[in-house]
Ligand binder design. Sequence first.
Ligand code: UDP
Length: 325
Amino acid sequence: MRIIVTGGAGFLGRHLCAKMLSLGHEVLCVDNLLTGRRENIEEFEQNSAFRFFLHDVTTPFVLDGPVNAVVHMACPASPPDYLRYPIQTLEVGTIGTRNMLELARAKGARFLLTSTSEVYGDPTVNPQSEEYWGNVNPIGPRSVYDESKRASEALTMAYRRAHGLDTRIARIFNTYGPWMRPDDGRVISNFVMQALQGKELTIYGDGSQTRSFCYVTDLVEGLVRMLLAESDSGAAGASGSEWGINYPVNLGNPREEKVVDVARIITQMTGSSSPVKFHPLPTDDPKLRCPDISRARRLLRWEPIVSLEEGLTAVIKYFRKCLGS
Ligand code: UDP
């Protein structure tokens, strides 16, 4: 397959590019490097099956030749990043998604959108299944990301309905692993970096909020299965249990942890003597988050296999290397 990966120089994008190259596919990585990094993809640049295009997808992307699939991952994804780039975040999920859908349509290509658990906002049900419509503050600071991704989903479903495009939507829950930016501001990278440097671990709120952390290799395996799965008629049943592959699928690890417990686990695993320090909870920070992955299990025969402890061992090793220690 010849595949376009937007956001391919980001954390997840980098891992997806690596996986698709290892499976023998041709990868065209499109990224404006707003939050992605050239160093993430450096090792592929000698590979003739890989090409990098420095391009902002809010401008149409023109390319000769066939394309079999477009994976649209481009978007700032960590809260500090999307709060720093609010307009760009909204634009990439609206104008950018529209441009990439048009490209897929012009090429007759399959389209995979990487959406997010943030479409559920601060959920009132736990765990979250794909049928849940969410509880999003449309005008709060996080709305630039949440509504951008919700608009991306709406556009994707509209292209499927209006043009019969072969579309898929992965709702990705918190994911971590090597190649995260040490300064990306998310909880795992912050805690590991702080613990390794003997700095205070910054817990926001009282740390009782929960997240469910998926190791990146598990997540990428789920994405690849979604991308390669045969299209079905996408039975539009009233209930999510009848939905086919062309409806959203949660990808995440169902093990739910309190943030305060994550801090403890990381302190223990790094052997750090860093204390914790409590800071105000960011506005609209979701209190709970845990995926119901029944659909991924049924449609993709997928579930995570890497434990939090195994994943953290790899991440700690990676960040130690980043610090040169
Ligand atoms: N968090 C924290 N300390 C940090 C960074 C994040 O306590 O240094 C909390 C944050 O408030 C949230 C959870 O950890 O409740 C996950 O945050 P992250 O930014 O990783 O992802 P989110 O799920 O909010 O997108």
